[in-house]
Design a protein around this ligand. Structure first.
Ligand code: ADP
Ligand code: MG
Length: 319
């Protein structure tokens, strides 16, 4: 059984149709009356991060991953609650110093505050983070309109290359290795967009599992499809150089996850506004496709040719 079947079959009904739970099919919980937005995520050693050799970087990565759920809904994160489990190697004095220093730096960067948590002993390390923010409105999943443009912030794929380097399955050169590893641990969240997202986005999600997996989640309750243009999907300069030099296909890099960029849809009439905003707030936003009127049409297109469905669309937890 995969995570989605599990949630749908065993947990969804327990929400008693409370609208704030968003059918357990969105990125967050949102209580409109109380303006409260909340998200929870767990990170396991060996699954979400390879090991605990860089406690500072792991700490930053999981905080960013967690608050990304709020940013992508148009909500500014305010409080985080961090529960950590590990053994005495994970939580030795040196590591604890690094962990607390990293939290301090992330608090400053994102204007968030550690506000609670839990600490327990376990053989392997794992962390759970609750992110909380306040907002009158949010942008939901499953609200894309036929004909909507599809946009993505930042660049995709860098983080996956970083992970491949960390797994020692790839060695480019020192400069490039370091660049991609940094992108893996320290994704650049599109933090300036949340203020504006509610004005023009019909639907949104953050890309954590992979572009294709996440766009499928974005519309999983809708009778619509999409066309994405491979050549429009934004890549960093370094990734483009790497792909060109090594004769690699970008399609194998754009849907691997850990990007923590925002994928959103918006009416065509907002195009020039979004373009101008992107310049004004200095946040890369790229138009990569459109929402179509048939469920069957879920395509990734490369120079007018439809690519076969990618053999890997994104990460899925299975039980
Ligand atoms: P994300 O990838 O953004 O973290 P998930 O796919 O993990 O989102 O979760 C989707 C939705 O399912 C969220 O609303 C989340 O709160 C809910 N959810 C996941 N696991 C459970 C669970 N065990 N019990 C109740 N709700 C859950
Ligand atoms: Mg989750």
């Amino acid at each position: 059984m995969d995570e989605f079947e599990l949630i749908k079959n065993y947990f969804q009904k327990l929400t008693k149709n409370n609208p704030s739970a968003l059918k357990l099919n969105d990125d967050i919980f949102f209580d409109k009356k109380k303006n409260l937005a909340l998200s929870i995520d767990t990170y396991n050693e060996g699954i979400h991060y390879l090991n605990f050799k860089n406690p500072d970087l792991v700490t930053k990565k999981i905080i960013r991953s967690s608050i990304s759920d709020l940013y992508c809904k148009g909500v500014n994160p305010k409080y985080i609650f961090l529960s950590g489990s590990g053994n005495k190697k994970h939580f030795n004095k040196k590591n604890l110093k690094l962990i607390s220093q990293s939290i301090k730096e992330e608090q400053k960067k994102f204007n968030i505050m550690l506000s609670g948590g839990d600490t327990t002993y376990s053989e392997k390390s794992f962390f759970t983070i609750v992110s909380m923010g306040f907002s009158k409105k949010i942008v939901k999943r499953n609200n894309a309109k036929i004909g909507d443009d599809i946009y993505v912030t930042g660049n995709l794929g860098d983080s996956y290359v970083g992970l491949t380097v960390l797994k020692k399955k790839l060695n480019i050169n020192k400069k490039f290795n370091n660049y991609f590893i940094k992108k893996y641990f320290l994704p650049e969240l599109p933090i300036k967009l949340h203020k504006y997202l509610n004005k023009f986005a019909n639907s949104s999600i953050d890309i954590s599992d992979g572009l294709i997996a996440d766009i499928n989640k974005l519309i999983n309750n809708q009778k619509v499809g999409y066309i994405l243009y491979l050549n429009k999907i934004p890549l960093s300069k370094n990734l483009s150089i790497y792909l060109k030099k090594n004769n690699k296909e970008s399609s194998n890099f754009i849907s691997k996850g850990d990007d923590y960029q925002i994928l959103f849809t918006s009416s065509k009439k907002n195009r020039s506004y979004i373009q101008k905003l992107s310049k004004r707030i200095n946040q890369k936003i790229t138009l990569i496709g459109s929402i179509t009127n048939t469920c069957k049409q879920r395509k990734l297109i490369n120079h007018k040719k439809q690519l076969k469905s990618l053999n890997y669309q994104g990460y899925l937890h299975k039980f």
